[in-house]
Design a protein around this ligand. Structure first.
Ligand SMILES: C[S@@+](CC[C@H](N)C(=O)[O-])C[C@H]1O[C@@H](n2cnc3c(N)ncnc32)[C@H](O)[C@@H]1O
Length: 694
């Protein structure tokens, strides 16, 4: 029972119905009644109502907010529906602000993007960059009811109670009959065959290649999860009885290995063909679990027909629709007008003989390390920088890309810096969902940081992708925007640093002067009082900074004066006070003068543009990964067969431990409103759903 009111002088506030008065008429258009400082915001807001984005905020999170023409860091103190109370870190000033105000940088960026983006397809961002600590922006879905076309499309979509997908809390109970049928199933335990020998009783010995036993052909292991393979080869995985549930592996020769370091040394000694990613020391991961869907109305054993190392099965538990045809390719295909040089001669390489265990000596690890100079997050819990894979798993997204060892390197196939090039290692399943088309799920438990697959298809030029997209649809297009994303990261890094430096370098006196200057500026720029602004009978109970500050106020006779007032008590003061400092919804930011650096793309030719991966008619399982606002998969650019920065492989990794049966989803990072006339609602069903994909 409260209304969100935008006041004509740049403030927003909730007001209950007894504070609302009907008016006879308003100016046409109504934004003509608004002070110039907020005119554009109100106009834009009304034109787009109710589809206006808001910043999702949680207490104590930080948001870059405009104040006096500069972006400053503010901390969220309180959130009240669409309003948030922010505290500016530089001077402690507090302000209630509308969460959709363009003075919040994430909203400002949406507006910026809208102006600069002229693509005709959704940006399916394969380098997946998000500014550090940047809060997310959400859209509301309510206008489905007001938009006839959308209402028809989405009537069933709003009831998404059971669609938990891959959210972290969304480890759904697959046996719950209330869960949508496509997610229902049982968890079975794979049995280790009786003929697999148990590890020997340990007797002291020097481990050597003799310690490895070979009792199975590789064919028998093909359908298994990599975590099952050692258990089928005479290893055992033991849980300690201590409350910490430590995991240790016992090798066939009886040696017990308690962590990855011990394991890596042992594998080198026995020259094992097994790689370290067949092992997992995380107690929560059940290496023998397998998901079985409750119902399969349609079933394919392997949609890759042997082209992947592991079978990619397909089931439809929802209806009898078959999987639409697509030519399966585990590799990228070079389209017309595109040339990728994959000759060895253009690859840097290493000469390691220790499986690239020592990262400081490996030339390929160093290539990865060179790129992370702009990424100060990448440290482990001991403050040691993370450089790419850790035991063949990836725990952090590396924006500047990963350079794997390649065909020219001296290291073996079990090297710790070879992951994506080994192909799919976990058996996965394509399955029909009720609201998102086909999706992918894990059939077995997958540890945090596991490689899933790449996004392969036909590499097209920007021009042919646009032409094809218009004709055949654009939902399987992905931009190879590694160059653009990295250049943006560097630019943002520099601008973030300069904001903070500008802030920090001001001393108290300068800050005070800055504040008083602002007040003077406000006075000078304050427009003449409109007749309605002089109505002394209405003084709003505005949530404003609870500090005593010097503000220019206006008296009914129209004279400007500077008075010390407690703004919280503002509405209780004498009748004569009728107006407050004019605030603004639109930020005062003058467009940043960007340092003009030529894009690396221009070095490849004058009409070079971003290349596109199109998985519409030719592709792999990567095309079935649906979007989620709370994804359990992230995308990583990886260089294997070429170091040409225009053509990274687009690889997917899990960002958490994934239980068998869970849908795998990534965040498409589409830009909402980037394609005019297209709205796509999101049915990821997670608690942090932004409601829209496009
Ligand atoms: C790359 S495809 C994903 C595979 C697709 N579901 C299929 O059946 O082939 C992207 C399309 O899937 C659908 N989709 C993916 N995630 C979705 C979500 N969270 N909500 C609604 N639709 C989604 C949308 O139609 C989108 O254009």
């Amino acid at each position: 029972m409260q209304y969100l009111i935008f006041f004509d002088d740049g403030y927003a506030q909730y007001v209950t119905s007894d504070g609302i008065l009907l008016i006879c008429d308003n100016s046409q258009p109504v934004w003509n009644d608004i002070y110039a400082e907020s005119h554009d915001f109100i106009k834009d807001y009304i034109n787009k109502y109710p589809s206006w984005p808001m910043v999702r905020m949680s207490i104590n999170s930080m948001v870059s907010t405009e104040w006096n023409g500069r972006w400053l860091i503010a901390r969220v103190k309180e959130v009240d529906c669409a309003m948030a109370k922010l505290r500016f870190e530089n001077d402690g000033r507090e302000e209630w602000i509308y969460r959709g105000s363009p003075r919040l940088r994430p909203i400002y960026r949406c507006t910026e993007n809208k102006e600069t983006n002229n693509t005709t397809r959704p940006r399916h961002d394969t380098a997946a960059y998000k500014n550090r600590n940047e809060p997310t922006v959400e859209y509301n879905k309510h206008h489905i009811n007001t938009d006839k076309k959308s209402a028809r499309k989405s009537t069933g979509g709003l009831n998404n109670r059971n669609m938990l997908g891959g959210s972290s809390k969304g480890q759904i109970n697959m046996e719950d009959p209330d869960v949508n049928i496509e997610y229902q199933g049982t968890m079975e335990k794979i049995k280790i065959p009786d003929n697999v020998p148990k590890p020997k009783e340990y007797v002291p010995h020097a481990c050597s290649p003799e310690c490895e036993i070979d009792n199975k052909s590789s064919q028998d292991l093909k359908k298994l999860s990599p975590l099952m393979i050692p258990l089928f080869l005479g290893w055992s995985r033991e849980v300690s009885r201590s409350p910490r549930h430590n995991i240790a592996y016992r090798a066939p020769c009886g040696v017990s290995l308690r962590d990855y370091d011990e394991l890596n040394v042992y594998m080198e000694k026995i020259n094992s063909p097994l790689s370290v990613d067949s092992f997992c020391f995380d107690y929560t991961v059940d290496c023998l679990a397998e998901f079985k869907p409750t119902r399969d109305l349609q079933c394919i054993r392997d949609i890759s027909y042997g082209k992947e190392k592991k079978p990619i099965s397909c089931v439809n538990s929802v209806d009898y629709d078959p999987l639409p045809f697509m030519e399966y390719t585990p590799y990228r295909i070079v389209g017309d007008g595109v040339s990728i040089n994959t000759s060895d001669d253009f690859l840097a390489c290493c000469d390691c003989t220790d499986n690239c265990l020592d990262k400081t000596k490996c030339a390929c690890w160093k290539l990865t390390e060179e790129g992370i100079a702009f990424d100060d997050r990448l440290q482990d819990e001991n403050g040691i920088p993370i450089i790419g894979y850790q035991n063949r798993r990836l725990k952090e997204h590396i924006i500047s890309g990963i350079y794997e060892c390649n065909s020219k390197c001296r290291c073996k196939s079990t090297c710790l810096n070879r992951v994506v090039q080994n192909g799919v290692s976990f058996p996965l399943q394509v399955f029909k969902t009720s609201k998102k088309g086909w999706g992918i799920r894990a059939m077995h438990d997958m540890p945090d940081g596991s490689f899933i697959c790449i996004y392969s298809g036909r590499v097209l030029t920007d021009h042919s992708a646009n032409e094809g997209g218009k004709e055949y649809g654009d939902e399987y297009l992905a931009e190879l925007d590694f160059i653009e994303i990295n250049e943006k990261v560097k630019e943002d890094y520099e601008s973030d640093v300069s904001d903070i430096e500008a802030n920090d370098s001001m001393n108290d006196e300068e800050r005070a002067e800055n504040r008083s200057q602002t007040n003077d500026e406000n006075m000078e720029s304050e427009p003449e009082m409109d007749s309605h602004a002089g109505d002394s009978s209405f003084v709003a109970n505005v949530k404003v900074p609870d500090q005593t500050r010097s503000v220019p106020i206006r008296r009914t006779n129209g004279q400007k004066r500077n008075l010390e007032v407690d703004l919280l008590d503002f509405h209780r003061d004498e009748d004569s006070i009728t107006a407050r400092t004019v605030n603004r919804f639109n930020p005062q930011i003058s467009p940043r003068k960007k340092k003009k650096r030529p894009s690396a793309r221009t070095f490849f030719g004058t009409d070079e543009s971003v290349y596109i991966m199109d998985a519409k008619s030719t592709g792999n399982l990567g095309r079935y990964l649906n979007h989620s606002c709370m994804p359990n998969v992230f995308v990583q650019n990886v260089f294997v067969d070429t170091h040409d920065i225009r053509f990274p492989l687009v690889a997917f990794f899990t960002n958490k431990y994934i239980r068998a049966g869970t849908e795998l989803t990534w965040d498409y990072h589409y830009e909402i409103n980037s394609v005019s006339g297209r709205t796509l609602y999101c049915f990821c069903g997670t608690p942090y759903c932004r409601n829209r994909l496009l």
